[in-house]
Design a protein around this ligand. Structure first.
Ligand code: GAR
Length: 210
């Protein structure tokens, strides 16, 4: 049974999708804690309602990034996770922190990486005239929003899209994509081939939404 710790900063809709799929599909895994850098993150209530322990490590109460990373790692390690999931966790993590969880930390990012790392992905995709957009699940490496790609979901950009309407379409795709990728990890179906992630049973690592 793999132990999962999930890090959030806000709404927690991906957290909710992960919890639902983990329960519905009886994964060989358990979410053992949900941690947030923000005490008012709505997702903390989602975790509490599911009976999952929560903790807050507030970045503003630490002198610098290193001190925050150390406190966060202590909070995570208290739950001895096999897998750490960044799920709308909006803090940049230092190299030492990332190395500590190398090969066992995943992130979901709302763009088709390597395009549009960072913030405002949907506005930038629209400004660039992209005809498709999407989301990526990847292993976390020190470079922001980089790292071996586990799976990607593609959605169409529609005429008249606003950043908000595109974000909503991408988010719905994330809710399918992220649990799918995490299920592969907990079922030991992922292996690294150089910088690439390969699904050992050959499952399609791309999802397309009309
Ligand atoms: C999601 O769209 C996720 O991809 C994004 O934050 C949102 C969190 O929503 N993450 C990033 O931008 C990380 N770079 P949620 O709290 O409802 O899951």
């Amino acid at each position: 049974m793999k132990r999962i710790v999930i890090l959030i900063s806000g709404r927690g809709s991906n957290l909710e999708a992960l919890l639902r799929r983990c329960a519905d599909e009886a994964w060989p895994a358990r979410v053992v804690a949900v941690l947030s850098n923000k005490a008012d993150a709505a997702g903390l209530a989602v975790a509490t309602a599911a009976g999952i322990p929560t903790a807050v490590v507030d970045h503003r109460q630490h002198a610098d990034r290193g001190a925050f990373d150390t406190a966060l790692a202590e909070a995570i390690d208290a739950f001895s996770p096999d897998l750490v999931l960044l799920s709308g966790f909006m803090r940049i993590l230092g190299d030492a922190f990332v190395q500590r969880y190398a090969g066992r930390m995943l992130n979901v990012h709302p763009s088709l990486l390597p395009a549009f790392t960072g913030l405002h992905t949907h506005r930038r995709a629209l400004e660039a005239g992209c005809q498709v957009a999407g989301a990526t699940v990847h292993f976390v490496t020190p470079a922001l929003d980089h790292g071996p790609i586990v799976a990607q979901a593609v959605v169409p950009v529609q005429a008249g899209d606003s950043p908000e309407s595109l974000a909503a379409r991408v988010l719905a795709a994330e809710h399918v994509l992220y649990p799918t990728a995490v299920r592969w990890f907990v079922q030991d179906q992922l292996c690294l081939d150089g910088g690439r992630v390969v699904h050992t049973a050959g499952a399609a690592q791309s999802l397309f939404f009309a």
